[in-house]
Write a protein that binds this ligand. Structure first.
Ligand SMILES: [Zn+2]
Length: 482
């Protein structure tokens, strides 16, 4: 059995997966993967040198082909030759999500403009990626990502971002001893009905060893379907939105499902931070390591957690820095995360504001990999509350508070809302009506951490609705209009 499993993994991971991706214009997946599992051990200076060379190449390309950047560079009298070291990139302005929404067409290589027109006239809805068939000439994919406010960002890529994502994902799996081609279950943005009759999904199952399951707005019926399919397919890896996988774990736990037939070796969460309480739940239900991918559709996978718990940055594919020009985050290199894409893509992103707060540091991880590490990853810019004495309250503070045994016993769910007037409202979904003790304990915690003239209200609700994107938001900052 083991022998057949190895052959099956080898064929899927080394032949069928890279070959079919090649025809989708996602080239060099395997060769990049092989390079990446070596370069992650190279000296820090080597990695920075590679980044510098790729940044200069990206800037030269932007300067000769991308109208948006041609204009900006001219305005500030910048030439890619001015870049002598990585820090010199700070000469350039940052790119906001709003800029991308407004100028996305000018952000693409001029030679691709006719393909963009075809893509934009396509009958498919905005949220759906458009296949290559219609515009073979440039092999362009239109993609969108929905923000918390609902306005979609439209962007284009030629397959190179997807290809580097795959290579980086394969590398991350190798950290946990998972080979390319190992069976995987992926909870994606599809519905149960779509699942039944789609040919792409069949292809992914039989050629790539990937079982695609629904991953948003799941009901108990959906979870039951997932449970049964997973039992049959027996994947080594569970992959999905953080919310979907924790929901799946809860469903299994609450319904006393037999998991002796489900033996994942790794759980990969993505598209949202993995909070401590979710990590604890996943580990206790499935009994295996849990990792998290940090990234965005526009720029790709930025970082992932290694078995020793560090968030390693995919330095060969992206350059990551932080920005705190307004001094909002108290110095020490903590700031908003900015990303520059290093792949050859017709739509380069340069110093793109991720909307998350953290710090980038050299690796000091005990795993020994040289890839930079993301530290003090505090969450979305709007989710951080700064107290009067200058302390930062990150979403993890709330998560830890609600992990207290007595509090966790009383409440099913919570949501913290920072009001415009500086006060705080906490929405609570009770488990039963005996929450008096937990509530006074909660008040005590709050008294210790917040100034006494900040008013904290409790609002008991039946249910907390997810955002438009389907994700559950733990903290909402009305003052920052996130
Ligand atoms: Zn590490």
């Amino acid at each position: 059995m083991k022998y057949f499993e190895r052959i099956n993994e080898y064929i899927a991971g080394n032949i069928l997966f890279p070959l079919s991706n090649y025809f989708l214009n996602r080239k060099n997946i395997l060769s990049n993967y092989r390079k990446f599992i070596e370069s992650e051990w190279y000296p820090e200076e080597w990695l920075r040198d590679v980044q510098l060379k790729k940044i200069i190449k990206t800037l030269e390309y932007a300067n000769s082909r991308v109208p948006y950047y041609m204009k900006i560079f001219k305005e500030i009298d910048f030439s890619p030759k001015d870049i002598k070291q990585l820090d010199d990139i700070k000469m350039l302005p940052t790119l906001t999500r709003q800029d991308v929404i407004e100028y996305y067409k000018e952000m693409v290589d001029t030679r691709f403009q006719s393909s963009i027109r075809i893509a934009d006239n396509s009958e498919r809805g905005l949220g759906e990626p458009i296949s290559f068939a219609g515009f073979r000439k440039h092999k362009l994919v239109r993609n969108t990502s929905s923000g918390s406010t609902g306005a979609p960002t439209i962007f284009y890529e030629n397959g190179s971002i997807t290809s580097s994502n795959w290579a980086n994902e394969m590398r991350m799996r190798s950290w946990y001893g998972i080979n390319p081609g190992a069976k995987e279950m992926r909870m994606a943005r599809i519905s149960t009905e779509f699942m039944q009759k789609n040919r792409t999904l069949l292809m992914r199952k039989y050629l790539w060893n990937q079982l695609i399951l629904p991953g948003t707005n799941l009901s108990d019926t959906d979870y039951e379907i997932c449970y049964r399919s997973v039992r049959k397919f027996r994947p080594k890896v569970f992959w999905g939105f953080t919310s979907a996988l924790s929901g799946f774990a809860e469903y299994i736990e609450n319904n006393g499902k037999d998991i002796s037939q489900l033996r994942p070796q790794l759980i990969i969460t993505w598209a949202a931070p993995l909070y401590e309480h979710e990590e604890k739940k996943l580990k206790s239900v499935f009994g295996c390591p849990v990792t998290n991918i940090y990234g965005a559709r526009e720029v790709g996978h930025i970082a992932a957690i290694c078995p020793q718990g560090s968030f390693h940055i995919n330095q060969e594919s992206l350059f990551v820095e932080t920005d705190d020009v307004n001094g909002d985050y108290g110095g020490n290199d903590v700031g908003e995360i900015l990303v520059t894409t290093l792949e050859n893509t017709p739509m380069p992103f340069i110093r793109y504001r991720m909307g998350d707060v953290g710090r980038v540091s050299s690796s000091d991880c005990s795993c020994g990999r040289s890839l930079q590490v993301m530290k003090e990853f505090l969450g979305r810019t709007g989710e951080i509350f700064i107290t009067r004495d200058g302390r930062m309250i990150s979403p993890n503070f709330w998560c830890r508070t609600f992990m207290n045994d007595r509090i966790a016993k009383a409440f099913k769910r919570f949501q913290v809302i920072y009001r415009r007037d500086g006060n705080i409202c906490i929405k609570l979904v009770r488990k039963d009506n005996n929450s008096y003790e937990a509530e006074s304990l909660l008040k005590e915690f709050l008294k210790k951490n917040f100034h006494s003239d900040i008013k904290v209200d409790f609002d008991y609700v039946e249910k907390i609705e997810p955002r438009i994107s389907g994700k559950y938001q733990m903290v909402i900052n009305e003052a920052k209009n996130n």
